[in-house]
Design a binder for this molecule. Sequence first.
Ligand SMILES: C[S@@+](CC[C@H](N)C(=O)[O-])C[C@H]1O[C@@H](n2cnc3c(N)ncnc32)[C@H](O)[C@@H]1O
Length: 420
Amino acid sequence: MSEKKAYTQAFQTGKYNKASGLLGKYDNVRRFWEDQVTAIFLRSALNDLIERKKKRLERIRILDLGCGIGDGYDLIMGVTTNDPGIYDTIVNAVTDEMLKEYVGIDINENLVQQALDYYDNHPKLRFEVADIAQGMIPGILDQESPFDFYFTSFGTLSHFTNEQCIKIVADICGHAPEHAIFMGDWLGRYSVEWQDLWHHPADQEHFMDYRMSYIYPEEERTTADVAAFPLKLVCRKEVESIIESASKKAGVAIKPLVYFDRSIFIGRHLDTGDYNQNCPKLRGPVNALFEKYVRTDLENLLVDYVPRPGFDHLNNFFDSFFMSFNALVKYTMGLLGDHDCHNGKLKCIPDILPYYPKPLQEAMETMRRVIESVGWLDWGDVRANLIESVLGFALRKLEMELQPGTGVGHGLVGIFEIKK
Ligand SMILES: C[S@@+](CC[C@H](N)C(=O)[O-])C[C@H]1O[C@@H](n2cnc3c(N)ncnc32)[C@H](O)[C@@H]1O
């Protein structure tokens, strides 16, 4: 009897779930694409901050607003000092000893409790229940010493109106020390996932009815009782206006360091089609690219972009974006088809044309070199385990280097320097 209870308990912890990167909150795309891209864009600002703090013999304090179950802690601690060489040890920007305190605040007490359980009394981590909708001064921040890094992630600021965002950012400025960084993360207004919502006037705030339908298996999505909640969609101009107003309100300079679109190719709602019936279903196949011992049907990655009449500018952007994406996938398919497993050589190598965008040329060249170097390996399913992951990273590179940072991805992120 106690044996049965023990197995039941183990099952209930969720730790007995079959490991798969193909589905769920922490699917392969979240871990190897979205978290990594965010970390790569954060790298420069975070390393500069650490260098400044080291010179002053100080450690850093981080505030994660809308922290949920505390995933931001892992994301920040995973940022590296640079791209390590093939033999070097990976060095994290924020080492354990450089961290003074990470504080996570969130309105949802269940999520905060889950964070507390997960991080299990970690001495440098603190989680508090707090509502930041009306700002954080007075009430929240005036109980705290200044932080060096004010962090939000995965669309948290989309919970608030522009007015509320201005107050939140102005409160951060008022509370910050003489030099700090702030990362703001919203949902992009013009993601291809929600083409049906593009017509809402850009000069008016727009909150979409967000459904987390993607957490259900495809066959249950239409029947499941999926709760909807409002999340605001923004473009770059709206964020710039929020930052400018907050800066004026606080009387503090806020310098944008970088804006980037995250998840143009692989946003979670691409596969649901909830807000665009013609959405290319890419998240599933891209998850499969990163999954070991799973071969992806590369044809499933090809996108036939369906334009939305009346949005020429956006249609042109997505058309050329997906043409580059398709060109890389087709190039890889061509190389795989031409590879001679017996002598390890490529029979003919398709041309890389000089007018292709530079990131596409580099990604194609990389695929050629990888397939030529490892294609002959006839154990361990070299295609599924090596070549397809490289294709996943090549597509990620394409997105990172072709994105304009204007609100055309699932997420629009800005990293800012606060200087007093
Ligand atoms: C999109 S989730 C992001 C969670 C987490 N940062 C992550 O990366 O997984 C937004 C979070 O903001 C929190 N939130 C929403 N409204 C809030 C409010 N008024 N005050 C504080 N947190 C809030 C939600 O509870 C949720 O955990």
